[in-house]
Design a protein around this ligand. Structure first.
Ligand SMILES: O=C(O)CCC(=O)C(=O)O
Length: 284
């Protein structure tokens, strides 16, 4: 008889995720997983991949950088995505029968870094399309609420599309003047969410290692940064795809870009994800 896995996520949290497009799952990962991920994270900082990208380097040397797609070469990351509860949490919150790993990402901010990630959605920057996409944002250090990732409640269901920026240049001048990367017919300028947090319903949480913020790939998110003196921010992030997700090769720049990997693997626009490229990790 096949064993039926016990549910990990309570129904009330699944409903909250469905309604708000983002939830905080408290104590999802034990200290052994955090210790292992910290080892992997350190390995990535010491030996970055060719995909590593520094978004910001201040005059005083403080950085904000990202390094995507390391789960295949970093043994601790590989162990985590294959064997930790992350894939089951992803499937349950997406209300999907399966969860494929799309990619992972390591984010590092130096102690005291103030830079805040510009507001954006994830799914339009990816070469996939579907309602059942999500990110699991896992800080490996404690995070104050003012430094945590923020979400616009319910924005995963908005019909209106908004222009969004090119993440290759996030300098203040570029953010003010640059032509949008994501732009199409009827797309409006992105509202200034920070000007009226109450109206837009900005949510975020103070978090401890082991907690994770889980959000739909269509939910507007940003912020983070604004670190107190002496506090850094190391985050391990995994991105997931569920039942309804298909390849979508879009006319604008993908960030990070998986188009080459998908085309080289024989995938075409509209295909379901090929598990040889994006492993199905739930059900195991
Ligand atoms: O950690 C951050 O500042 C950015 C995170 C983010 O945008 C994402 O996980 O999609």
């Amino acid at each position: 008889m096949p064993r039926i896995a016990e549910k990990l996520v309570q129904k009330t949290l699944i409903d909250e995720f469905d309604r708000n497009g983002a939830v905080c799952v408290r104590g999802a990962f034990d200290s052994a997983w955090i210790a292992e991920l910290r080892k992997g994270f350190q390995r990535v900082q010491e030996n970055p991949s060719p995909r590593a990208h520094e978004f910001v380097r201040n005059a005083d040397g403080k950085v904000f950088r990202s390094d995507p797609d390391n789960w295949e070469r970093i043994p601790e990351y590989r162990d985590f995505v294959y064997h930790s509860p992350c894939s089951q949490i992803a499937a349950e919150l997406m209300q999907s029968d399966k969860a494929n790993l799309f990619f992972d990402q390591s984010f590092y901010r130096s102690p005291g870094q103030q830079f805040r990630t510009p507001w954006h959605q994830d799914e339009p920057y990816w070469s996939i399309e579907g309602f059942q996409t999500m990110g699991i944002w896992m800080p490996l250090v404690p995070v104050e609420k003012k430094s945590s990732l923020e979400f616009i409640r319910g924005s995963h269901r908005w019909e209106q599309k908004y222009k969004q920026i090119d993440f290759d240049d996030v300098s203040p001048e570029a953010l003010k003047n640059a032509k949008a990367n994501l732009d199409g017919e009827g797309w409006e300028p992105l509202p200034d969410f920070d000007a009226d947090p109450e109206r837009w319903g900005i949510i975020s949480w103070e978090m401890e290692p082991g907690d994770c913020a889980v959000f739909n790939g269509r939910t507007y998110h940003g912020g983070s940064g604004r670190l107190s003196e002496g506090r850094d921010l190391s985050v391990y992030n995994t991105k997931w795809a569920g039942d309804d997700v298909r390849a979508a090769f879009r006319p604008w720049k993908m960030q990070p870009d998986h188009t080459g990997k998908m085309l080289a693997g024989g995938m075409k626009h509209g295909d379901a994800l090929d598990p040889k490229l994006f492993p199905q990790l739930w059900p195991r």
